[in-house]
Design a protein around this ligand. Structure first.
Ligand SMILES: Cc1ncc(COP(=O)(O)O)c(C=O)c1O
Length: 488
């Protein structure tokens, strides 16, 4: 039966009822605080309450009947989540977000002030300008640098590479553009180039050294390779740091090469640009100040909830290169006249209000908090690498420079090392004791950890090695038993 107008109004009034909101909001914050306490005290709880994907999909009822309650849904969602606030979450490069930043997101969602045009998000736009200004200064850029916040590093890479391509559009004289990227570039870099129309032969893979850093001494050869295929190299994308093993490309040398040859120098600093906040690790970024564009994920090493990333251009004028659209209903003037309408610089038309949490965290906790955080996580990764090196039957893939460490369990004489690592990881995460990931390197499969939780300590990491060893031994025992049972 169709609803009567008074029923429709009454339902809307209930959904927007301030007292109900107060009640459920307080209860939710209480629930989250209790959960945070349990996780940070390492009370018994699985880091990831593992469930088979199909079983999980089946277990959630179809939507639309309006029969559930918010508290029930919240409780279930929290219980079944991957518990990033647990110090034994050491998996992907996703931090446990600062609880207060999550509250900022609540306020940002509640006010829903988009940031594509100034009028829809006036204070959010002002905060974003301050954040970009601050980042530019930390990267060593001149005062006319500029940029924009985006929803994630992938969108940021796409936008920056579009700027690079457009910068060269009129200089190509019919030649096909090519870009040099490291063999260890994040897939969003190559994916972006493909989206921008670069064919496989327009993406020149620069070799890496034994530590997986881009080799600056091979760049001349890369340019010649591309030219031999009728392409003109327009830029180089370097990593600060790489995703698989967390090493920093030699930015200074690559930047000098770009300057000498008039190429666009892009630095994908999604993970590691935050190192500029630490006096101890800032040196890893030497040369970043030469970059034309830098991508910096605030939702990685600045403890922010996803998504918030930045593209910072050394020459602020370049922030207008990617897009030049006009739309009478939104963007009615020339971009520079409307510098405050961020849609001129971003793909996103509805741009989520993402500056509040970053601005608030910097204003309340201060910049040093973040520098100390980065430093302590990078230091701990170095200590973990030492522990791995000393542990019998373990192998370190590469000396870590950031907070990413790859290692494997390598008992003498064991066959199928790759399968062994994958099995160890499955059993470990299904046990709920830790959440870690894995990666493929030239030598094979390695277990991979990223230490983002500020409360993870050496004891957690010693325990991780113990668990890996113990699971590895059980798997090998089972293998031997199966072989001997088969042979008898
Ligand atoms: C080096 C690098 N670049 C880009 C990205 C993509 O960023 P996002 O996940 O924010 O899209 C990642 C993500 O892990 C990364 O490690």
């Amino acid at each position: 039966l169709p609803s009567k107008p008074e029923e429709i109004e009454s339902a809307a009034r209930q959904a927007f009822d301030p007292e109900l909101f107060r009640l459920e909001g307080h209860a939710l914050v209480d629930r989250m605080a209790d959960y945070l306490g349990r996780a940070t005290r390492r009370e018994p709880m699985p880091v990831l309450p593992w469930k088979d994907p199909a079983e999980m999909a089946q277990s959630w009822p179809p939507v639309g009947d309006g029969a559930s309650s918010f508290p029930d849904l919240f409780a279930r969602f929290l219980t079944e989540a991957n518990h990033l606030h647990h110090p034994r979450y050491i998996g992907h490069q996703v931090p446990p977000p600062l609880p207060m930043a999550a509250l900022c997101d609540l306020l940002a969602s509640f006010t829903n002030n988009g940031m594509a045009v100034y009028e829809m998000g006036p204070s959010g736009t002002a905060m974003e300008r301050r954040i970009i200004e601050w980042m530019a200064a930390r990267l060593g850029f001149p005062s006319d640098a500029d940029g924009v916040l985006t929803s994630g590093g992938s969108v940021a890479n796409l936008t920056a590479l579009l700027a690079a391509r457009n910068a060269f559009a009129e200089r190509l004289n019919g030649k096909r553009p090519a870009f040099i990227v490291s063999e260890h570039a994040h897939y969003s870099v190559t994916r972006s180039l493909k989206m921008l129309g670069f064919a496989a032969d327009q993406i020149e893979r620069a070799p890496v050294d034994e530590c997986f850093r881009m080799r600056a001494d091979t760049l001349e050869a890369s340019v010649r390779n591309a030219e031999a295929r009728g392409c003109t190299v327009i830029g180089i994308s370097a990593n600060a740091c790489t995703t698989p093993t967390g090493v920093y490309d030699p930015l200074d040398a690559i930047g000098a090469f770009c300057a000498k040859h008039g190429l666009w120098f892009h630095v994908d600093g999604a993970h590691g640009a935050s190192a500029c906040l630490s006096s101890k690790y800032r040196g890893l970024l030497k040369g970043i100040e030469r970059a034309d564009s830098v991508v910096w994920d605030v939702h990685k090493m600045m403890l922010m909830p996803a998504l918030v990333s930045a593209i910072v251009y050394r020459n602020g004028e370049h922030s207008y290169l990617p897009f030049s659209d006009r739309a009478t209903y939104l963007l009615d003037k020339e971009a520079r006249e409307e510098w405050y309408n961020l849609a001129h610089r971003t793909l996103e038309c509805t741009k989520r209000s993402i500056s509040l949490k970053v601005y608030a965290a910097l204003q309340v906790y201060g910049e040093k908090f973040f520098g100390d955080y980065v430093e302590s996580r990078y230091d701990l990764a170095g200590k973990f690498a030492q522990m791995v090196r000393k542990a019998p039957r373990f192998e370190l893939a590469a000396e870590p420079e950031a907070n990413i460490v790859c290692f494997r369990y390598k008992p003498g004489g064991a066959e199928s090392l790759d399968a062994l690592q994958l099995k160890i990881r499955s059993r470990l995460i299904e046990s709920g004791a830790f959440y870690i990931v894995q990666t493929g390197l030239p030598a094979g499969r390695f277990l991979r950890v990223t230490i983002t939780n500020p409360l993870t300590d050496e004891n957690d990491l010693a325990q991780l090695l113990e668990e890996v060893r113990s699971i590895g031994e059980s798997i090998l025992r089972e293998r031997r038993e199966t072989v001997s049972a088969g042979g008898s």
